[in-house]
Design a binder for this molecule. Structure first.
Ligand SMILES: Nc1ncnc2c1ncn2[C@@H]1O[C@H](COP(=O)(O)OP(=O)(O)O)[C@@H](O)[C@H]1O
Ligand SMILES: [Mg+2]
Length: 238
């Protein structure tokens, strides 16, 4: 059965103060998919994520999320419509505790999370339960990444955008996070679009992948092709 499209971009162009970066990005993501966006440094992956969540205005083209055009909607409004964004570098609030960071996620989403949500997040990410009163700034990169994901889950997103979740994280924790994301996707049906350069994370999480180069999507790697580690590596190589 073909699943419904949840996110669609057509001819998306954006950039910084007149400097074009995205040169016409076309992508289509279906409900419940886990899709990677891969490519070398500087090709525009983070620019794509910022454009999708609305932190960067679109110069041309369109973004449609669950059938509605996102044009001109603030990041805030997009979050309320069900898009959760975890930026590159994670941006947890370092002086706030785990539970305080999670409460911020609830505010961003704009509506109170169901009572059981916190326990649900703790069951997926047990380390957050263990460290619930610890200041985020004192936690490891992997723990902060899990907190940043937990923070968007407070808003019950339909779509999660993750920008380089593996960055600066130990390999064994990268595998743990990939496994949890797949479990979360299976259990809740949440759609995930993630930017990544770590081949193990790409292969552990993605059903398929878009390859970006110079502000465009230049290839799509289908599930069978993702099995071929060397082929995926070639797309990431300089
Ligand atoms: N805030 C910014 N202002 C100006 N140029 C930027 C900014 N952020 C990124 N760029 C430029 O946009 C291009 C794409 O960057 P980015 O989307 O961060 O790439 P990636 O995430 O694929 O590494 C690069 O040339 C980068 O230097
Ligand atoms: Mg980036």
């Amino acid at each position: 059965m073909r699943r419904e499209t949840i996110l669609n971009t057509v001819g998306l162009r954006s950039g910084y103060g007149g400097k074009p970066v995205l040169q016409g990005v076309d992508m289509e993501v279906r409900e419940g998919e886990i899709v990677a966006v891969i490519g070398r440094n500087g090709v525009g992956k983070s620019t794509l994520m910022k454009s999708l969540i609305g932190l960067l205005p679109v110069d041309k083209g369109s973004i449609v999320f669950r059938g509605s055009a996102m044009d001109g909607l603030s990041a805030h409004k997009r979050a309320r419509l069900g898009i959760g964004y975890v930026p590159q570098g994670r941006d947890v609030f370092p002086r706030m505790s785990v539970v305080e960071n999670l409460a911020v996620g609830e505010c961003i989403a704009g509506s109170p999370a169901p009572k059981e949500r916190l326990e649900q997040i703790f069951s997926f990410f047990p380390i957050l339960a263990e460290r619930r009163n610890q200041r985020a700034g004192t936690m490891s990169g992997g723990q902060q990444q899990q907190l940043a994901i937990g923070r968007v889950l407070m808003g019950s997103p339909k779509l999660i955008l993750l920008d380089e979740p593996s960055e600066g994280i130990q390999p064994n924790i990268v595998q743990d996070i990939a496994r949890i994301m797949v479990e979360l996707n299976r259990a809740t049906g949440v759609t995930v679009v993630f930017v990544e350069q770590n081949i193990d994370m790409i292969r552990a999480m993605a059903e398929r992948a878009y390859v970006m180069d110079k502000g465009r999507i230049t290839d799509e790697i289908m599930p069978e092709a993702l099995e071929d580690r060397d082929a995926v590596r070639r797309y990431l190589a300089v």
